[in-house]
Design a protein around this ligand. Structure first.
Ligand code: GDP
Ligand code: MG
Length: 176
């Protein structure tokens, strides 16, 4: 059977590890360097619950300004990874506005979203607790929250499998 395609968009403040998470998932390597301007799309095949899925992942650049481009790729996206860094409180705050924008553009309060707290390997520099972010996800009506590390690859695959499952669930609900 042909592999189904899923359009996933990675959003979040600059420097939280959007590119590193994406590249760790797609290529299995840790990106040490930081280029805030990179905006690129990647593909990877993944089996989710025994089904072959092709993930088309858009790694976006800074959320600093709200551009027409951003509006367009949010429109085209089916699932969204909202990434902050556990070492940067403001990056979590940023996601509150970002989620509102996504829901407004999709005209839906139940868009497939995973909340991703990256840089979990930097425990000594943590400023956002696990529970606090979990509560935010709960307020959004979701339990899809993971702390990840692009450096160690912890929970990276879980994040992508979760978003695929959410998209599949939405589609089967729409078809019913
Ligand atoms: P982006 O602007 O959100 O795409 O951020 P990048 O992926 O470019 O990452 C910004 C910087 O943080 C880079 O120097 C990365 O190597 C580093 N970084 C990203 N993820 C992690 C992580 O999980 N752990 C650690 N220790 N550093 C990370
Ligand atoms: Mg980047």
């Amino acid at each position: 059977m042909a592999s189904r395609e899923y359009n996933i968009v990675v959003l979040g403040a600059g420097g939280v590890g959007k590119s590193a998470v994406t590249v760790q998932f797609v290529q299995g390597i840790f990106l040490n360097s930081y280029d805030p301007t990179i905006e690129d799309s990647y593909r990877r095949q993944m089996d989710v619950d025994g089904r072959s899925c092709t993930l088309e992942i858009l790694d976006t650049a800074g959320v600093e300004q709200f551009t027409a481009m951003r509006e367009l790729y949010i429109k085209n996206g089916q699932g969204f990874l909202l990434v902050y860094s556990v070492t940067d409180r403001s990056s979590l705050q940023e996601l509150i506005k970002l989620r509102e924008q996504v829901c407004r553009i999709k005209d839906n309060q139940h868009v497939p979203i995973v909340l991703v707290g990256n840089k979990a390997d930097l425990g000594h520099a943590r400023t956002v607790s696990f529970q606090e972010a979990k509560n935010l996800a709960h307020n959004w009506g979701t339990s899809s929250f993971y702390e990840t590390s692009a450096r160690t690859a912890a929970h990276i695959d879980d994040v992508f499998a979760d978003i695929v499952r959410q998209i599949q669930k939405r589609e089967s609900a729409a078809a019913a």
